[in-house]
Design a protein around this ligand. Structure first.
Ligand code: ZN
Length: 409
């Protein structure tokens, strides 16, 4: 049997950085390459119905070995791509055995180091074996750790037929990092009662609440007149944009909010006298507050239009994704069982809201309730990413325990 870290070190060799500009699925060839490797491996360990579909999604089934007919079908899902904003080419993992809690120099030349003064969570890893980057790329634990953990757990189950279970479905998706991982997910064919994305951070993380999300565009059209004779005629759209911003709650922005607090976030502003455009995202966990935030944008526009004239300020709001909580609550046993599975592996469950979205949130609204569990990785998406082998092993154990608990019910 291959170890979880051996698998991981193989998968990170393949550059699977996604790219939102290519407009095809999968967005990059490397993802297909990894998909082929995974397809072969799933077949080798003995899964059935293994295939890569036309969009590069990899699916497989571990068939039930139990006489019981009422065991639910569980899915485990992770993504093959890595974040588009950081190189995933020539990943050169460094292994640090028995980490002593000190500063780890990743790259002398670039002066990149893991320093417990800046990354205090490093203290949790004293005595563990860490896999880090060499300071020039990301690591790809997000989410090749999840893939390694799922496959290792499946191989364990195949080698331990005394553990009785129902059908288990595996899905590896492309393009999660560019927000498209759920786009072509075949929920119907996957045919699971529920699933877990194995795509979270540190040990114990378990998430089933995420933001409600919308994007807002504010377009302000002004009127330019020679400044010498502008009185009563000029409408300066850039100044109206400034007024618009002052009508929004100034403290409800990302840099001043945490936990369950929502915000609106000004992503960018571009303008002159004639025309100014602002783009925002709006985020909130609670439906009524989310509606209130969208309403504030419309009211601000109305107010300014009353002053400066009809249709000077236009607001376009586009819904993006929704809090999966409402889809998880009716099947809360999937959270309870995951918690118990972690405790059996001596992992303390850390349930917290996701200040973002996940593919699981979208899958939940497509009919497949899908919370998110930990991979064990830290500092995703950049050169400071690392993962402890011991955490990966705990994730493997947790997956096995989830399967076991449902099989015994
Ligand atoms: Zn991820």
């Amino acid at each position: 049997m291959k170890k979880v870290n051996e698998r991981f070190l193989e998968y990170v060799k393949v550059d699977t950085k996604s790219d939102e500009t290519t407009r095809v699925t999968p967005s990059t060839k490397g993802q297909l390459e990894l998909g082929k490797i995974l397809e072969k491996e799933l077949k080798e360990i003995g899964l059935e119905d293994v295939h890569v579909d036309e969009f590069g999604y990899v699916y497989g089934t571990l068939k039930s070995n139990s006489d019981k007919k009422d065991i639910p079908t569980i899915g485990f899902i992770s993504h093959m791509d890595t974040a588009p904003d950081m190189s995933g080419k020539n990943v050169n993992p460094q292994i640090v055995e028995n980490y002593d809690g000190g500063v780890l120099v990743l790259n002398e030349e670039l002066n990149i180091k893991l320093d417990p003064k800046e990354l205090p969570e490093l203290k949790n890893y004293i005595g563990k074996t860490l896999i880090t980057t060499d300071g020039t790329t990301l690591l790809g634990a997000d989410d090749k750790a999840g893939i390694s953990e799922i496959i290792t757990a499946m191989e364990y189950l195949i080698n331990h037929p005394e553990i009785k279970h129902g059908d288990i479905k595996i899905g590896f998706t492309p393009d999660e990092e560019i927000g498209e991982g759920a786009d072509h997910f075949n929920v119907k064919e996957f045919n699971a009662d529920f699933a877990y994305t194995v795509d979270g951070g540190p040990l114990g993380e378990l998430e089933f609440e995420n933001f409600n999300a919308a994007g807002a565009k504010v377009i302000i059209v002004g009127r330019n007149v020679h400044p010498g004779s502008a009185k009563g005629k000029m409408i300066n759209s850039a100044l109206i944009a400034h007024e618009f911003l002052n009508l929004l709650p100034l403290d409800e922005v990302p840099e001043k909010t945490e936990n369950y607090e929502g915000f609106s976030f000004l992503l960018g502003i571009e303008g002159s006298v004639e025309k100014t455009e602002m783009s925002f995202i709006i985020r909130d966990f609670f439906e009524n507050e989310f509606e209130r935030r969208k309403e504030e944008f419309k009211k601000a526009a109305e107010k300014l239009n009353d002053i400066y004239g009809k249709d000077i300020v236009k607001v376009e709001i586009k819904e993006q994704y929704r809090n999966m909580k409402e889809k998880i609550e009716p099947v809360m046993h999937i959270i309870e069982v995951a918690k118990k599975a972690m405790e059996m592996a001596e992992v303390v469950p850390e349930i917290k809201p996701i200040r973002g979205g996940t593919d699981g949130a979208r899958l939940s609204f497509m009919g497949l309730p899908t919370p998110n569990m930990f991979t064990g990785g830290e500092n995703f998406h950049g050169r400071y990413e690392y993962i402890a082998i011991e955490s990966m092993e705990k994730a493997v154990e947790t997956i096995i325990n989830i399967v076991k608990l449902y099989g015994e019910q």
